[in-house]
Design a protein around this ligand. Sequence first.
Ligand SMILES: *Cc1c(COP(=O)(O)O)cnc(C)c1O
Length: 221
Amino acid sequence: MSFFEELNSLIQDSPTRLVAVSKTKSVSEIMVLYNQGQRIFGENKVQELVEKYEELPKDIQWHLIGHLQSNKVKYIASFIQMIHSVDSLKLLFEINKEAKKSNRIIPILLQMHIASEETKFGLSLKELFEILEYYTAPNSELKNIEIQGLMGMATNTQDEQIIRTEFKELKNTFESVKKTILLSKENFNELSMGMSSDYKIAIQEGSTMIRIGSLLFGSRN
Ligand SMILES: *Cc1c(COP(=O)(O)O)cnc(C)c1O
């Protein structure tokens, strides 16, 4: 069995879905997984994403998983299926504006800072609550985005306990937001966590979307 098949049998009876992270990989490498049934692919650079979108079958669901600059939202707004990496109110308003132009409601995840490393992007709890306050305000302009969940990246460490604790914390934040501020938003259901090095822990801790690149496609240069 290939790793792709093993992974699919691991998650087939669970709420977890696979985002195949195809950054730096060619369209022909992507087609190998496409031909085995994979439809959700994740990219982290806008230009590369747009090029692949143009060349590849139109039933692929493209997810942006990497840091997004506001001035690039316009290139993906017409087709992107989900943006995992929203980490500012400014970006959220920009996505909303471009989604409106395309007459769409774009599903997004808010990226939380859960790792102990300084360098990783993501929101603090305080920033999360600020954004949710704008989103849930009765007169909110944010009508063309839908916040469907949270995303996070754990610390890059061999210490499983650290990773598990960070995923648990993200899950707790997700649950408490779902039960309170976003109680009326029935599509707030996604928890995007887990990559090649830590997806098993992420699944155990309640991930609904694992983002896997190197284990599927081989390591990147
Ligand atoms: C590259 C990337 C992944 C996949 O990483 P692998 O270790 O290759 O599985 C997942 N999430 C994000 C945000 C990434 O940039």
